[in-house]
Design a protein around this ligand. Structure first.
Ligand code: PEP
Length: 245
């Protein structure tokens, strides 16, 4: 599974160029689940492109709100389902840091969509927490949001160390592998139906380093920010994933 998170980037013109560059470079002989999460205002536009002819390509949302109604600026879970979104990213560190999102709100969001579409829950420690050897404790705390929730195999975890996002720094592939195994075990032992989730790695993945992560046993794919803004590079990363798996 390879997911693009465009964050707050894009334009009508960029969308057209992106789709052309992607389709020219994507090798569709193997069909891993591919997700693209544009800013929500561009979801419809992407759904109307040639991408829609490829069954393995799924458009998703970068977030949902906890509710609907008098909540200016928000987008509800029913709205993204109405637009045929096949997944939603929840709990991204930028939502936690810039929008003060709490674990409690993240849990409410998961409850809204977990049974209806794929939920990609982002977890990850800060640089300081990493330095203080608190990574496992922090992840355990963040993963409490799935405790006792019935998930119907819809949950995917993205391990995204905050210090690796957009910085060019990453943990070693071996470190990532160990943390992914830890995450799988924690979710299995705490979720209602003992789910053993897919775990994606996110944080400065690009076409140069992707292979080193994809070779690891417990790395089930990647969530990609910066490098997903170029349709060609995103396609190359998927091709590398498909060759490695
Ligand atoms: C992200 O923010 O989800 C992310 C992985 O960003 P980048 O690839 O730019 O580090």
């Amino acid at each position: 599974m390879i997911i693009a998170n465009w964050k707050c980037n894009g334009s009508k013109a960029m969308t057209n160029t992106w789709v052309n560059n992607f389709l020219t470079n994507y090798d569709e002989t193997k069909k891993a689940f591919i997700g693209i999460a544009p800013p929500s205002i561009y979801i419809q536009r992407l759904l109307e492109t040639e991408l829609n002819k490829l069954a393995e390509i799924n458009i998703g949302s970068q977030d949902i709100d906890i509710s609907s109604g008098a909540r200016t600026g928000a987008i509800s879970s029913d709205m993204i389902l109405d637009f045929d979104c096949k997944f939603s990213i929840i709990g991204h560190s930028e939502r936690r840091q810039l929008f003060n999102e709490t674990n409690e709100e993240i849990k409410q969001k998961i409850l809204k969509i977990a049974k209806k579409t794929i939920t990609i829950l982002c977890v990850g420690e800060t640089r300081e927490e990493n330095k203080n050897d608190q990574t496992r404790d922090i992840l355990k705390k963040q993963l409490e949001v799935v405790k006792d929730i019935e998930l119907n195999n819809s949950l995917v975890i993205a391990y995204e160390p905050v210090w690796a996002i957009g910085t060019g720094n990453t943990p070693t592939p071996n470190n990532i592998n160990e943390i992914h195994k830890f995450i799988k075990d924690v979710v299995q032992s705490t979720s209602y139906n003992s789910e053993y989730p897919m775990v994606l790695y996110g944080g400065s993945v690009n076409q140069e380093n992707a292979k080193s992560f994809f070779k690891e046993e417990f790395v089930d794919g990647a969530l990609i920010g910066g490098a997903s803004l170029d349709g060609k590079e995103f396609a190359n990363i998927i091709n590398i994933f498909n060759e490695t798996n």
